[in-house]
Design a protein around this ligand. Structure first.
Ligand code: GDP
Length: 535
């Protein structure tokens, strides 16, 4: 098969939801119906206690789970589907953002009783910024839930784009009769239980309204009425608009009962996009050379969107998760890290077939491969086969919103601490800032749990026992200037506020929002960035 044919049959998407909406259940059913797994329950079994707690064991367990099941590949209708899970806990929202940079679409799961919840809202914002196409699945229709019109209305408002129902529910909870497929004009009749395969459900054509009315009574009339209202109020499905992130197709169902899931799997094949071009900005003579990299280009290229340390503390290796942007990966090929110009020699290279890791035979744009290395790769790195000069941008780091000062309990462990912080910083587990004037290192995070994970891992993996002390800083801005002289002047004005992050980028530490404003007024030519893109 040509590269073009291979990339066209690929679908790479992230599954997003608020905890408990049914993401794990749906993931499992998608794997089950595509034939990737035989027995339901295997994804579930890997899921730790639902909510992250600050309990150490829990953190360890969660890391294990995210390695095991964060990327899953399945083949369905001759399409290769890559599913990327996103961390549920809000304290790890940076990780989620990065996962969303590695996908071409998102599947949003909503609990029909709760509607759009806080965590979903954050994820939606991220998708909206990137115009990621979103498929919506309204789950748990077998329970007493909200009126479907109501839910659609809320999703529309939160998403800021029209919903286009692709299926419509008849009844709900105890009276849940099934779903009408608006395209095929067939009703699939609901039955509860998790043994049924999608084709085992009864199907009744809409062309026989008498039979439907006889079977579902007044629920049928109500459903028809609300369906007419919904379809009347929403635009027709327009694939271009969906791909541009301007409307979302909506499906109803019940994941736990295997119901309405096949429709979603088909939508991933029929509607979701195959990998698209990615922008590279390679610097030549201090000038960026912008290039659109096509998935079917010959040269192999990809981006590291996640780095995960080995669970076994005795092995200091890490897996760099690379989303392939172009070309083909085949075993034994040369790999170059574009940031350093050095060759990457992974000790192993894996794909993620359902939940097993397997040695890669070949992989194409859209696929995720895991390179196990002993270092030399960072989050955001561009990897190529060395035949092209490419540098992908767009993997973001957000300015931390909380800071802690690191105090090492045993000063003899300084080397271990530095090594640990460097590696955890590269993984993106936390942001590490080194004050220019010297003194203790600072840790910057978005969520409190990040501090706890890092403290725990420093002790467990690097034998560096630390204490975290409150810091006066509450924010940071990355600093750039149009001329080196201006930058120098600024640094001289605030020497005690300057720090460098893991990528050696200069940042200004602030103690309040006014800080930045005042500094900006004093130095109008300095740029203060709340977001740093890996370059
Ligand atoms: P996650 O936190 O989003 O991954 O959610 P889970 O898949 O673990 O589901 C959370 C809970 O909701 C579990 O107890 C599931 O069994 C239950 N659940 C998932 N889908 C459905 C559904 O369609 N109907 C009902 N009644 N419960 C469901």
């Amino acid at each position: 098969m040509s590269y073009t044919a291979e990339t066209r049959r690929r679908r790479t998407f992230a599954i997003i939801s608020h905890p408990d909406a049914g993401k794990t259940t749906l993931t499992e059913k998608l794997l089950l119906f595509s034939g990737a797994i035989q027995i339901a329950g295997s994804v579930k079994a890997r899921k730790a206690t639902r909510h992250a707690t600050s309990d150490w064991m829990e953190i360890e367990k969660q890391r294990g789970i995210s390695v095991a099941s964060s990327v899953m590949q399945m083949v369905y209708r001759d399409h290769v589907i890559n599913l990327l899970d996103t961390p549920g806990h809000k304290d790890f929202s940076e990780d989620t953002y990065r996962v969303l940079t590695a996908v071409d679409s998102a599947l949003m799961v909503i609990d029909a009783a709760n509607g759009v919840e806080s965590q979903t809202r954050r994820l939606i914002e991220v998708c909206r910024q990137r115009d990621t196409p979103i498929i919506t699945f309204i789950n748990k229709m077998d329970r007493e839930v909200r009126d479907p019109l109501d839910i659609l209305d809320e999703v529309e408002r939160e998403l800021g784009m029209p919903c286009v129902p692709m299926t419509w529910p008849v009844g709900q909870g105890k009276t849940f009769g099934g779903i009408i497929n608006l395209r095929t004009q067939v009703m699939t009749v609901f039955e509860s239980g998790s043994e049924r395969l999608p084709h085992d459900f009864d199907a009744m054509p809409l062309s026989d309204p008498a039979a439907l009315k006889a079977r579902f009574g007044s629920e049928w009339d109500t459903a028809l009425e609300s369906m007419e209202l919904a379809t009347g109020a929403s635009p027709a499905f327009d694939r271009e608009a969906f791909l541009a992130g301007k409307q979302t197709p909506v499906f109803f169902g019940s994941g736990v009962n295997n119901f309405g899931v096949m429709e979603v799997l088909d939508a991933l094949v029929d509607l979701a996009p195959s990998p698209g071009p990615r922008t590279s900005s390679f610097i030549v003579n201090k000038q960026p050379v912008i290039k659109q990299v096509q998935p079917e280009d010959d040269a192999f290229s990809g981006v590291v969107f996640k780095v995960q340390a080995n669970m076994d503390a005795n092995h200091r290796d890490r897996i760099a998760f690379v989303r392939i942007a172009s070309g083909k990966y085949s075993p034994g090929m040369k790999l170059k890290v574009m940031r350093t110009g050095k060759e990457l020699r992974p000790t192993s290279v894996v794909t993620f077939m359902s939940q097993r890791r397997e040695a890669v035979e070949e992989a194409y744009a859209g696929d995720i491969v895991g390179f196990t290395t002993h270092g030399g790769v960072q989050l955001g790195d561009t990897i190529t086969d060395g035949s092209v000069n490419l540098l992908f941008t767009g993997l973001p780091f957000f300015a931390p919103e909380m800071f802690m000062t690191v105090v090492l309990k045993n000063p003899l462990r300084t080397k271990q601490l530095q090594q640990g912080l460097a590696q955890l910083g590269e993984e993106g587990a936390i942001q590490v800032f080194r004050p220019e004037m010297g003194g203790n290192m600072l840790l910057g995070a978005i969520g409190q749990l990040q501090f706890e994970v890092v403290q725990h891992r420093l002790k467990g993996e690097y034998d560096a026992d630390i204490r975290l002390e409150a810091s006066q800083y509450t924010g940071a801005r990355w600093i750039t200037a149009d001329s080196p002289a201006e930058l120098k002047e600024f640094v001289h004005a605030y020497p005690q506020r300057m720090a460098r992050d893991a990528a050696d980028t200069l940042a200004y530490l602030c103690t309040s929002p006014y800080d930045v404003r005042l500094a900006q007024e004093r130095f109008p030519k300095i740029h203060f960035h709340p977001l740093r893109e890996h370059a």
